[in-house]
Design a protein around this ligand. Structure first.
Ligand SMILES: *Cc1c(COP(=O)(O)O)cnc(C)c1O
Length: 411
């Protein structure tokens, strides 16, 4: 559908009114704050839910303040696996016993990649791509140095991402592990996970997916796709709060032989026996190292509650509609001003954000933040319009893109 530019405000109102998820933005704190005109960075730091404010306050007074050390036995010890399992069931398409939370994505990526490599002894290569998030690239550089392995780099197109053909061309009988982001952090490219999984397995290699930019925005079916390992953030679309612990998925068939390199007491069988010698805990607990960050993981449950009310299919439908609307506005208002679109135009290949490029975007982003329009800037010259499906309105998309247009024309 094409809309005359002057009709866009009406369109936004109609879309918001007809939105089956229209009641959800008000379930988040700050949604009524007049200073925030458009929050377009929920893919970097999701807003807190209102329920989280109550949950955290109650935890401090009742659970921590009231139960004290007894809280560990009563609840907290099992929380990394219990919330992990909920993440698995609600958004990852993962049966019980394969998902945990703990550490940061960076640290979990290291632990999972090292554990995965241990399952392919004698193989000497890791396949990765130049557009992956910096932490993923750096970690694999470190692991390659540590274990004397070779990195085989895929160079994706600027506005695209890694295809199954790219992976098929890169893997061989030397490949131990393929590490890719499900949704590319810059372009927003959504890769064809089942096809890439098949190409990886055809070479006898293992697939580790980084789900930071897809968890909570895109439908995911790790079990049925055959993915071996996954990690992801919880502070982006899952609204876990700054620095909330990450999650990791290890496919059941790999668990028995899986060992990660940070042998801590909390990942040991019967940790409170304080015994000599490390013996990994049964199941997914073996991914844990030290004492889990309990407070940090509580807010995730509030987002999972919201997602369970509506289901991931509805979340994805809204996400696609938001990015389609953003692209329509960009084409109509910004492309004539010299802006280019650096995200896939095919919604089936696009995650929950849209990246646009212009040489002035670095300065313009700073000015947008001053006027309460908050996207983020990604080098070399991209504005990333992140559209968290549960908390973002079409009116915000309209206001955000209009503000970018005004900044471009004001120059
Ligand atoms: C956000 C993000 C990370 C962040 O890792 P941290 O350890 O939480 O800093 C890692 N990978 C990808 C793809 C991301 O988008």
């Amino acid at each position: 559908m094409t809309t005359a530019p002057e009709d866009f405000p009406t369109r936004a109102t109609v879309l918001d009114t007809a939105d089956p998820l229209r009641d959800y933005p008000s379930r988040f704190l700050g949604s009524e704050d007049p200073e925030i005109v458009a929050y377009l960075d929920g893919n970097s730091l999701g807003r807190p839910t209102r329920a989280t404010a109550d949950r955290l306050a109650a935890f401090v007074t009742e659970a921590w303040g009231g139960r004290l050390i007894r809280g560990w036995d009563e609840q907290w010890f099992d929380l990394p696996v219990r919330i992990g399992e909920r993440i698995g069931a609600s958004i990852l398409g993962a049966a019980a016993g394969q998902t945990m939370i703990g550490d940061s994505t960076t640290v979990l990526l290291y632990k999972i990649a090292r554990g995965a490599l241990g399952l392919r002894p004698g193989r000497t290569e890791i396949v990765l791509d130049r557009d992956n998030f910096p932490t993923d690239r750096y970690l694999l550089e470190a692991i390659a140095r540590e274990l004397d392995l070779t990195l085989r780099w895929i160079e994706p197109e600027f506005t695209g991402g890694v295809t199954a053909q790219d992976v098929a061309d890169a893997v061989s009988e030397r490949t131990a592990l393929v590490v890719l982001s499900h949704v590319a952090y810059r372009s927003g490219y959504l890769l064809d996970a089942p096809a890439i999984c098949a190409a990886t397995h055809d070479a006898g290699a293992l697939l580790l997916l980084d789900l930071c930019h897809s968890a909570g925005a895109v439908e995911i079916e790790l079990d049925s796709w055959g993915v071996d390992f996954a990690v992801g953030c919880t502070y982006k679309y899952l609204n876990g709060g700054p620095g909330a612990p990450a999650f990791a998925y290890v496919r059941t068939e790999h668990l028995a032989d899986f060992t990660q390199p940070i042998w801590g007491w909390m990942g040991r069988e019967s940790p409170f026996e304080m015994a000599q010698g490390y013996v990994p805990a049964q199941g997914i607990r073996r991914v844990i190292s030290g004492t889990p960050a309990i407070i940090g993981m509580l807010p995730i449950e509030d987002t999972l509650d919201l997602i369970d009310e509506v289901g991931m299919a509805a979340v994805r439908t809204k996400s696609v509609a938001l990015t389609e609307f953003a692209l329509e506005l960009v084409r109509s208002w910004l492309v004539p001003l010299g802006v280019s679109v650096s995200s896939p135009t095919d919604p089936d290949r696009r995650g929950g954000h849209v990246t646009i490029d212009h040489p002035q975007f670095k300065e313009i982003t700073a000015r947008l933040w001053q006027r309460g329009v908050i996207p983020d800037f990604r080098p070399p010259q991209g504005i990333r319009i992140g559209l968290s499906p549960l908390s973002t309105t079409y009116a915000e998309v309209l206001a955000g893109v209009a503000a970018i247009r005004d900044e471009l024309t004001a120059r």
